[in-house]
Design a protein. Structure first.
Length: 209
């Protein structure tokens, strides 16, 4: 990342998959061994509950970091959302350590608008040449894309800090609620991607019955 800051989101996604994917696969395998009749949707609900809770806790903790709160929250969000996506992939039988999961991470977290642009950016990151000074606009753009999960909240940090002086705990509560809501929306997008089409059809019929 220091050599090629313009590819920071892509390099983080490429690092997250081999680092976090195997533990997600082990989690799914362990639960299937313990509960052989558990449906994929059930495993997905467990993963969602776990990481939505982790997002809330991480946001609340980051809010206590003072001036470094946005940076602390970004680190928490990136870790939580990567784990959430990879665990949901494992719940639906996808290999969470497969390189394609890096594409999924970038598209589902809306760092890139679609899988095609995410795949092209990953390829460019992997073939980047020797370290060189990259134009500031490119590095700034990468930083903005990397912070995409927090763009809605970042503008409100100053207001939250002012409000917390009048209402203790306001910033902590807002960060917890905002990050957990973002994780829930991400989970919905991931489930829509990974759930088999037939399962989605059956789920819809069951919901309407």
């Amino acid at each position: 990342m220091l050599d090629h800051p313009g590819f920071a989101p892509e390099l983080l996604a490429l690092a997250a998959v081999p680092a976090l994917g195997p533990s997600a696969a082990e989690w799914a395998e362990r639960l299937r061994g313990r509960y052989p009749d558990a449906p994929a949707d059930g495993l997905a609900r467990l993963a969602t509950r776990r990481y939505v809770g982790a997002a809330a806790a991480g946001g609340a903790t980051a809010a206590l970091a003072g001036l470094f709160a946005p940076v602390a929250e970004l680190a928490s969000v990136l870790w939580t959302q990567s784990n959430l996506v990879l665990h949901l992939a494992a719940a639906y039988g996808q290999d969470p350590a497969h390189p394609d999961r890096a594409v999924d991470l970038l598209a589902l977290t809306q760092v890139h608008p679609d899988p095609e642009s995410a795949r092209a950016a990953l390829a460019a990151a992997q073939t980047a040449g020797d370290p060189a000074e990259e134009p500031w606009p490119r590095a700034a753009e990468a930083a903005w894309r990397l912070a995409a999960p927090l763009t809605a909240q970042a503008g409100g940090w100053l207001a939250l800090r002012l409000a917390s002086r009048l209402l203790p705990g306001a910033a902590v509560l807002a960060a917890a609620l905002g990050d957990s809501a973002a994780a829930e929306r991400l989970a919905a997008r991931a489930v829509a991607l990974y759930r088999p089409r037939q399962s989605q059809s059956n789920h819809s019929r069951g919901s309407s019955a």
